[in-house]
Every structure is written in C-alpha cells, then in structure tokens.
Write a protein that binds this ligand. Structure first.
Ligand code: SF4
Length: 327
C-alpha cells in the first residue's frame, strides 16, 4: 500500500531537509486514521537517525504554590482555587535527599523547580538556591543540574552558571503569539525570550517546550514547534494538559491520544535532532497510550512525579525505556 503523498514527501527529513510551516500544517490537517501510524513511523525513524539516545530526568518542586502569576493551566497560581500542598523554599538538605533517591535509581539529570515569577536580582531566597546547587554538586558530582525559576535578570543567570547549573527550563507553553491569550497575562513572552537569550549568553542550555490542550489550534502547535526550532534550544519538554479543578482550564476537553501522537510526531519532524521529552500527562491522561506516544518521535521522559501530580515509580519507567530500545 502506498504512503499518503504528504508523508512520502516528508521522508526528506531523513535526508536532512527541513519541512516548511506550510508543509507541517498540511500534515496536521490531512493526516488521520491509518495514515497517522505512517506519520508516527516516520517520526520514529527520524528519532532513530538523529536523536537515538533515550534519556530520563527527575524534578523536585522546591517551592510550591502561592504564586502571584496567573498561568491558566497552573494549580500553583494564587489567582485560582486548586487544592494543592503549598510550602516555602525547601532546605538544601531536603533537596539533596530527593536527588539522592533518584540518583540511586540511575537518574543523572535532576531539575529544581520553584513556583513564582522569577528573580530580577539575586535577593531573598536566591542565595539559598545557589547554596543548594553547591551542595548537590558537591555530594552528587555526576548529576546534571537543571533549574526552573521563572524570569531572570542577568546577574542571576551569571550566578547560576557559576554555581554548577547546566540547563534551564523555560517553557514557551504555546505559540509565542498566543501566550497572552492562552497562557498568562501577568508576564509576557518577551520576558521569557529575553531570559532564554541571557541563558545562552552564559552557556546554560535551554530546555524549552510547552503544553498541548490549552485550547490551541494546530497552527499554534506548529508555531510552537517552529519557535523551538528557531531558538535552537537543547530540547523540549512536551506536556499534555491534565485539566486541574479550580483552574480556568478545569473544563477543557482532554487531547485525544491520536492528536497527541500527531502533535509529537510533527514536533519531531520540525526538530529532528532535539531531545523531546514526554512530561506531564503521560501516566495520567495518556496512560494506556504512553508507549505508542513515546514512539511518536520522543526520546526522553520525566520520571518520578511532576510539580503537583504524582508519577509512577522510577524502576517501571526505566523498564519502559529499555523496552522502547527495540523499536
Ligand atoms: S506556571 Fe509558574 S509562574 Fe505560572 S502560575 Fe504556575 S508557578 Fe506561577
């Protein structure tokens, strides 16, 4: 049986050719049903050729809730009414204990995440964060340290680089042009892009992705994938929205597994060599389909739980990655 002509054409990606926005949009609009498995298969071939290494990372929510920002999807925003555990910044020893736990399971990438807008100056809790990075580096020198602290000023970026931070998570969440409408109004995408620029300047890698299910169109999904291509970040965490009661998105329909697979596959075709990581939504909204979705062009997963939702155990995810190597 012949491939759909749009997919046949997209095989050019395997020869190192780029697909245009129009071509990606055509695939998003035309490929459904049985053709979707052919698109997934192509995305997996592209992953095998350009990003064959599977990886996993783990995070700690180092400060939870009480956030003054109004991100519509987020249970930690003080503007919404979600029931979550809130707490101030964790003591360095507590973070170390969390890192040791996943380190013992073979995880070598650890993300430290705080709620809140960020830091324009290195004041208040920022010094404690630097102390925590020093402690983690001293006790677990082979752990690759990532942080996600929101919008940063230049001095903060410089200090993070000096204190062993190798990678920073700053998600665009959706198409940059739709940020104000679909994500938040209390800060702008411009501030986020400026932080990414500063991180690059100081040699910190960027982990920059987004969420599917916010109410975005296929155009927005393609524009997010192309923004990531344009920024040339190291990789992208990709999340499927789990609508959380108390947030403005609590009533949003959940993205179907077929649409999630198509979004991931197109993200891979737009970004052949990047680390694309399945984060929130994997075990919850996509549970029965997580294996298929991992094979839709992804090459990494987050393990051991998320910011405000639980994950499954780290050993089970390790087993999954081993089994995926056969494909
Ligand atoms: S995503 Fe971050 S900045 Fe936005 S509301 Fe949640 S904790 Fe605050």
């Amino acid at each position: 049986m012949k491939l759909h002509p749009l997919i046949e054409d997209a095989y050019r990606v395997l020869e190192g050719k780029e697909l245009s926005r129009d071509e990606l949009l055509a695939l998003a609009g035309e490929i459904h049903g049985e053709d979707l498995l052919d698109l997934i298969s192509l995305a997996n071939k592209v992953r095998r050729k350009f990003a064959p290494q599977w990886s996993r990372c783990s995070i700690v929510n180092a400060r939870s809730g009480r956030c003054g920002e109004d991100c519509r999807f987020c249970a930690q925003s003080g503007h919404h009414h979600s029931e979550i555990e809130t707490y101030p910044l964790l003591e360095p020893e507590k973070v170390l204990a969390a890192a040791r736990k996943v380190h013992a399971e073979g995880v070598r990438t650890f993300g430290y995440v705080t709620s809140g807008r960020g830091w324009l100056k290195p004041d208040g809790d920022f010094i404690k964060i630097l102390d925590t990075m020093d402690l983690l580096h001293r006790e677990l020198p082979d752990m690759y340290l990532c942080v996600s602290l929101g919008i940063l000023g230049e001095e903060c970026v410089r200090l993070l680089a000096e204190h062993h931070v190798r990678r920073y998570n700053m998600n665009l969440q959706t198409a940059p042009g739709k940020y104000g409408e679909l994500v938040a109004t209390s800060h702008s995408i411009t501030e986020k892009l400026e932080t990414i620029r500063l991180l690059k300047k100081y040699g910190i890698a960027n982990c920059t992705g987004g969420i599917f299910g916010l109410g975005e169109t296929w155009e927005d999904r393609i524009d997010l994938a192309l923004a990531v291509r344009e920024l040339d970040v190291e990789g992208s965490p990709l999340n499927i929205l789990l609508p959380i009661p108390g947030t403005p998105l609590e009533g949003r329909p959940i993205v179907s597994p077929a649409d999630a697979a198509k979004a991931f596959a197109l993200f891979r075709l737009a970004n052949p060599a990047k680390t694309l990581k399945f984060c929130a939504g994997r075990e919850t909204v996509m549970s029965d389909f997580q294996g298929l979705l991992m094979l839709s062009g992804l090459n990494a997963l987050m393990t051991g739980g998320y910011l405000t939702t639980r994950g499954r155990d780290v050993a089970a995810d390790k087993r999954l990655l081993r089994q995926l190597e056969d494909f």
